[in-house]
Write a protein that binds this ligand. Sequence first.
Ligand code: AMP
Length: 460
Amino acid sequence: MHEECGVFGVFGVENAFETVLTGLSSLQHRGQEGCGVAFTEASGTLSVSKGPGLVSRVFPEGKRHAPSCRCAIGHVRYGTSGGRETENIQPFLFSRHGCRYALAHNGNFVNAEELKGMLGKSGALFLSSSDSEIAGHMIAAEGPGRKGIDEGSVRRALNRIEGAFSLLVLTPDRLYACRDKNGFRPLSVGRLGKGFVVSSETCALRAAGAEFERDVLPGEVIEIGEDGLRSSFYSLDRRNAMCAMEYIYFARPDSDIEGINVHAFREESGKILFEESPVRADLVTGVPDSGLSAAIGFSKASGIPLETALVKNGYVGRTFIQPTQSLREAGVRMKLSAVRSVVQGKSVVVLDDSIVRGTTSRQIARMLREAGATGIHMRITSPPLRHPCFYGIDISSDTELISSRMGAEEVRRCIEVDSLAFLSEEGLLRAGRRTDLCMACFNASYPTVLYSHDPENGKV
Ligand code: AMP
């Protein structure tokens, strides 16, 4: 399973259900396959409502049955290899000694197989193929005596899970917001009236009318109750290994991740890319959406005018996970198109966030040439993607990564452009004024042990 999802939680707020839906709509870019909300009913019991598709499809306005509740958590799912099965849609509900709790998770565990084997032996039944269900069982397994679950069970469970998780657990009277000890995925807390909200990205806090309070720290478990927030850490072994692809590609430009605005990060990476790999051309353009901020930076640094040479059809779904190459190519052409009046007779610098298989870049180059461009210079705001990610990004095997098979010159020929340059790892860190990021997909420096995923074990 490889998932890049979004979570949103609300505690102590009137219309919590509606507020979660507002939050999830602002996190929709993190997952479109399915979504759901778990909420505390007036009787104190937890229920869940979920289904496949966009938030607006699963919870259509007008037909929306919005239970009145003050606490709820929600999830948008981006699943690939696990398929679109409804059983993988979150939040998941669990019960321990009659006490229900719900869980929503973004990320991937690297010791999922090991934990699943262990839990299976002690009788746990799995209804989905998702890592997140493992976390729910782990919390139950660590529960105190013949009672429900508490903060200790959450901390003990998390301490045995290795990998990436930004995770919410809702009990009838508590909300736990937890981040893994490497801090791979973002998670922020906001204040809404006298209550609290927790979100994968800060853009959703604002949409819900909340004020940013602070980020959940790596390794932190924030317990939210009627008496306010309580912080503790499940591990002493903590570091800052935020996933670089969150800044490069996944997050919305109006989100701030660990205090750095994503748009500003991308604009700066465009500037640095010009310093590292300058080029002369008639115009600069960005591949919507994530290349747009970088194109602004490249244009400012180079003095080359910024133009809209590519437009995106916002109504087309994801092309990235189409099963065949020809479907992926057709998908890119449906999603993007070149503006002939802008590019005809011009040499163009194109800013994009990454090259995975090379499909998008090659299609863009062909489109621009068909529209009359005389030169195409591709500038990529990430280093070459060479290694699989085990922390929740949808790149599971290095054979599908063009840069793991070819050097930059060969990739340039393959995507049919006149020049190609990637941002350096140092440039990437400099763009965010950071000394630390997880860049394992560029340099194979994995912040965790990989368990059965370790190539030495022959499983990758
Ligand atoms: P490709 O066409 O296979 O080279 O993919 C490159 C495009 O996919 C880039 O323009 C990105 O916008 C997008 N992309 C990069 N990483 C991912 C990912 N993990 N999941 C989905 N799309 C991605």
